[in-house]
Design a binder for this molecule. Sequence first.
Ligand code: F0G
Length: 379
Amino acid sequence: MPFQTRYTGLIDRYRDRLPVHDDTRIISLGEGNTPLIRLNNIPRIVGREVDIYVKYEGLNPTGSFKDRGMTMAVTKAVEEGSKAIICASTGNTSAAAAAYAARAGITAFVIIPDGKIAKGKLAQAMMHGSVVIQIKGNFDDGMRLVKEVADEAPVTIVNSINPFRLQGQKTAAFEIVEELGRAPDYHCLPVGNAGNITAHWIGYCEYSSGSGDHVTEACTFCKGHCTYAGGAVVGNRPKMVGYQASGSAPFMRGAMVDNPETVATAIRIGHPQSWDSAWKVKEESGGWFDECTDEEILAAQKLLAEREGVFCEPASAASLAGALRDVKNGKIPEGSSIVCTLTGHGLKDPETAIAQSTRPLVNVEATLDQVKRAIMDNM
Ligand code: F0G
């Protein structure tokens, strides 16, 4: 019965673990079910016996993990009768909000920092017909404004402070556990607002608790929307490790950062919205936060693209950059299994990719001679 296997998105797949009803109209673009790719070449280059997998979230419909949260947030907004959604964004949330609003037939307002989002993301928000409001300020200013607007106007916030977002995003942890047969020993993520690291922890806790009931009192994170019963843990859970860009690393400074700067514009965030829960995730899981310089981030992005054929955006590469450093320095011991989330696709930010490419373009006349010469010279 081949037709029964058609994949119709993560809400359908994990319906019994998500806050939807049988008659809820699902707003989906077939998100989730992304590849978990085992790295073959990089561990050899690093010279350590570790199993490193990358969860390629760039292969979601709008090219980032935000689609997991947005299918839930927009589905619930529509169910509650909302005609408009709003978000502040460093780019990916706005792309996802715009696409899912288009799918639902509602309006998306997106507030972005002027000149500080990658071109591909801007193109998405514009193409999907959202109202793009560029502010002379950063993401943190945008977030403040979104909250102020939503206090006065009938719009639903779809940033990760909307609890349904994290419910959708937790399914990435489900997929990983199902594919590996257990949780990894370490799960490494880039951290901006810290919604995603929180969502993954919810997912791992819920999955390992074995609960399928909407019993929520004991859950510290989900604000009443997940199925974690806080009961016996039957499976293992990973240490959660969050990497930030050095110029934008409030979790390393132990305080908010007012003027964050990094080439990884997706995580150019100084005032994380999930501050408290991310600290709890770190403590409960026995993990840690660390920072990567822009140079380390770009080097990891390039290494992954050149040695494994996987193209992620700069922010995503922070997870691998940090993980490789911690593998080399022994903080992550040999024999460990590690999952790094690649949060967004490399095509989101072609300008940064081209700018850091060291391979020269070979320009020749359109003749066989010249093309042959170019090939010989570059063998
Ligand atoms: N990686 C990418 C590619 C992102 O776009 C983001 C966040 C993160 C990592 C960090 O995730 O905030 O849950 O810790 N992007 C948001 C946006 C802020 O507006 O697109 P987080």
